[in-house]
Write a protein that binds this ligand. Structure first.
Ligand SMILES: Cc1ncc(COP(=O)(O)O)c(C=O)c1O
Length: 360
């Protein structure tokens, strides 16, 4: 059911409202507010669904809500990486891909896999340099932006990239960190948006899920075909939980962003740090320890409220030295600790962090 009013003056609902009202069952007596979880491998023949790998009503509710938030049609996948794989399947054999030179490690690994098999060539770019993105886009088949990037938090000018890609390569934005509450790439001219739903959208560190959104029916049909054929389908329970999480996305982001702004400002003055990366919006802050990688590792052992863990975007605040993973880009400082700010009280978060930093 579309969440927009059926008649009267057209007024687009705010993202915080769409997150609450979209993807609900119709308002008829005794209908539940939320689409229930449908566990089904097969349906009675003759309808639109037929088989559990082709469709599921719980997926449809999630897709309706995310699609309305982004301004396109969404497809949910088993993980962010499954969504990324579906999008990369759009690259023709021998195609040219432009990608952030410090993209999320899994994205870069999938592109590298194609390159090493001789199936694609890649041009790495600094996504915050619009001129470099435009130059690399010439003659490419697909331009992949991550905005902001994980974990350096570089921000791309999506509208400028869309202008450079017009009539040429497909423009994809992995907007996992920004979320549709803070940035809607399709409105800025992107062809496809990718999310690791695992992160802020689901928001409770209890599911792994991904999604792709596009306003182009031909691309949507190719993504559908990919999901049916390759089978990276989401579980109905995970999808239900992710939609439940999405209902509070806007308030969680508002709170986490306000805390991230306060923390990044205070951290900038701390002598244990050589650099604070914060683009001014969002819930992620990356800090670089003046004492190098060993100080970064020590910080992770000294915090008590913050959780030392990978991943991000949950209600709980977490931190991690990213280069502890051998696969992390060499462009990421070994002393960088990525903070994912949750929704706890900001003074409690600050007190724990500063107590740990003061011990270094
Ligand atoms: C920016 C970004 N994109 C994609 C992914 C992959 O998503 P998933 O872990 O849900 O497969 C991640 C995971 O950390 C990520 O940070």
């Amino acid at each position: 059911m579309p969440s927009q009013p059926p008649a009267g003056p057209v007024r687009r609902l705010a993202p915080s409202t769409i997150a609450v009202v979209a993807g609900r069952p119709g308002r008829v007596p005794d209908a539940p507010f939320s689409e229930p979880v449908t566990f089904a491998s097969t349906y009675n023949a003759g309808g639109a669904l037929e088989y559990g790998r082709y469709g599921n009503p719980t997926w449809s509710a999630f897709e309706q809500a995310l699609g309305e938030l982004e301004g396109g049609d969404a497809r949910v996948f088993a993980s962010g990486l499954a969504a990324i794989s579906a999008v990369l399947s759009l690259v023709p054999e021998g195609g040219v891909v432009v990608a952030p030179d410090n993209a999320y490690t899994g994205t870069w690994a999938q592109i590298e896999e194609r390159v090493s098999a001789g199936r694609a060539t890649v041009r790495g770019v600094d996504v915050s340099d619009s001129g470099a993105v435009a130059a690399a886009a010439a003659g490419a088949d697909l331009v992949w932006l991550e905005s902001m990037t994980n974990p350096n938090l570089d921000v791309a000018d999506v509208a400028a990239a869309a202008a450079a890609c017009a009539g040429g390569p497909l423009l994809v934005v992995d907007a996992t960190f920004a979320t549709p509450v803070l940035q809607r790439p399709l409105e800025l001219g992107a062809d496809l948006v990718v999310h690791s739903v695992t992160k802020m959208i689901a928001g409770h560190s209890d599911v792994v899920l991904g999604a792709v959104v596009t306003a182009d029916p031909a691309l949507l049909s190719r993504l559908d075909d990919h999901r049916r054929l390759h089978g990276a389908i989401p579980g109905p329970m995970e999808t239900f939980l992710a939609l439940r999480g999405m209902r509070t996305l806007a308030v969680r982001m508002e709170r986490a962003q306000a805390s991230a702004q306060i923390l990044s400002g205070r951290l900038a003055a701390h002598p244990a740090l050589s650099r604070v990366r914060y683009p001014g919006f969002g819930a992620m802050v990356s800090i670089e320890l003046a004492g190098g990688p060993s100080a970064a590792d020590a910080l992770a052992t000294k915090v008590q409220l913050w959780i030392h863990a990978t991943s991000l975007g949950g209600v709980e605040s977490t931190l991690e030295r990213r280069r502890r993973w051998p696969s992390e880009s060499a462009q990421v400082s070994g002393a960088l600790v990525r903070l994912s700010v949750g929704i706890e009280d900001v003074e409690d978060l600050w007190a724990d962090l500063v107590a740990a930093l003061d011990q270094l």
